[in-house]
Design a binder for this molecule. Structure first.
Ligand SMILES: [Zn+2]
Length: 367
């Protein structure tokens, strides 16, 4: 990237708050995940990275099962300065109460916290997973877990909804990925907002971060009202590029927004393993420069975006301090015995047998 500058100048201990491990090895070079994000961390000058496992959802094309929690836990053991969420798993879709006996979400929550995950990742509000699970966010399935998470002040990164156009514009790509939601079989954009608000009304102190700006870049006034109403609510600014294009349409408004709510906003890239290093560097650079400078640069979806240049003290919060504070200043230690028990309990749910063998090998060496 010819116009790429030193990443995150002037930020102390930058943190990428939103990263996935999509596959357990890189098919291009057969290198496995165990240190797979370290080059990205180094090249981008990130002090901490934060893994967000996706242990439920579509089985294709990747192993979205319990193994994703487990490999993120191993990543934490093997690479210091790594935060990781844990995620909930479902033994059947649509979810049936009787199948969850012994692995109720409250039980799983206890297990994930005992292992030493730093928070909980929920993808359950993404319309395609929502439809598979078949249960509303504000319903009985989740109640006890939300109650526990609120009580303990556990930080949750939740993906709920998707860009509004996924309901209105059925492109070929969206249909192929099952990301088109306008056929009447999915909850609407508005319904998912109401469900999230219901959750927050029931558990108003929930430390909830809604990923991707909660897809409200077109209606930031509405989001501002929510931030005012729920004191522990946060959003992350992990792209969708569409949100940055919306920010650019109203630079003065968003400069005010990002300054006013700088303690409620978290930086993330959605970077993943296997790593596309240039893409990762580009994302860090463009997100940082959009907030930190007044430069006009080619950016998301080939739009030229002009930076909104918010004050340094606000940048420091968004790119590091907020998440560090939420996570208590440093990553939690993995409790090896608890991880061992978790693997024994759930390994029958791992679909990819080569990955199961890898996990058993890692367990033998490290646990
Ligand atoms: Zn993500």
């Amino acid at each position: 990237m010819s116009d790429y500058i030193k990443p995150f100048p002037n930020i102390k201990d930058p943190i990428d708050g939103h990263i996935h491990i999509h596959k357990w090895y890189d098919e291009n070079n057969s290198i496995d995940f165990t240190h797979g994000l370290e080059e990205y961390r180094r090249e981008c000058g990130l002090k901490y990275i934060t893994l967000a496992p996706l242990p439920s959802g579509n089985a294709i094309p990747v192993s979205r099962d319990v193994s994703n929690n487990i490999i993120c836990a191993f990543y934490k053991i093997l690479n210091k300065d790594t935060f990781s969420y844990g995620g909930y798993i479902y033994p059947s879709y649509p979810v049936k109460k009787e199948d969850m006996v012994g692995m109720e979400l409250k039980t799983q929550y206890g297990e994930l916290m005992e292992i030493g995950f730093d928070g909980i990742k929920m993808l359950e509000g993404k319309p395609n997973l929502y439809k598979r699970i078949g249960a509303p966010l504000d319903g009985e399935l989740f109640d006890e877990a939300f109650e526990e998470m609120e009580k303990n002040g556990t930080y949750i990164l939740m993906h709920a909804r998707d860009p509004h156009c996924f309901w209105t514009e059925p492109t070929e790509e969206r249909i192929a990925k099952k990301w088109y939601y306008g056929d009447g079989t999915y909850p609407t954009f508005e319904e998912l907002l109401i469900q999230v608000e219901n959750v927050l009304n029931k558990y108003p102190r929930l430390k909830l971060c809604l990923a991707h700006f909660f897809f409200m870049s077109e209606t930031p006034e509405k989001l501002a009202k929510m931030l005012e109403k729920y004191p522990n609510l946060m959003v992350d600014i992990t792209p969708g590029g569409e949100m940055y294009i919306d920010f650019d349409k109203r630079p003065e408004y968003f400069k005010g927004f990002f300054t006013k709510y700088s303690d409620r906003i978290i930086f993330g890239t959605d970077m993943d393993f296997p790593v596309h290093l240039e893409a990762g560097k580009w994302l860090c650079d463009r997100e940082y420069r959009f907030l930190a400078t007044n430069e006009t640069l080619p950016s998301f979806d080939d739009h030229h975006l002009t930076g909104i240049e918010i004050p340094r003290k606000d940048l420091q919060k968004i790119f590091s301090d907020n998440l560090l504070k939420i996570f208590g200043g440093k990553p939690r230690e993995i409790n090896k015995n608890a991880l061992k028990r978790y693997i024994e309990k759930y390994k029958h749910l791992i679909v990819d047998k080569a990955l199961l063998a890898k996990i058993e090998e890692l367990a033998k060496i490290h646990l």
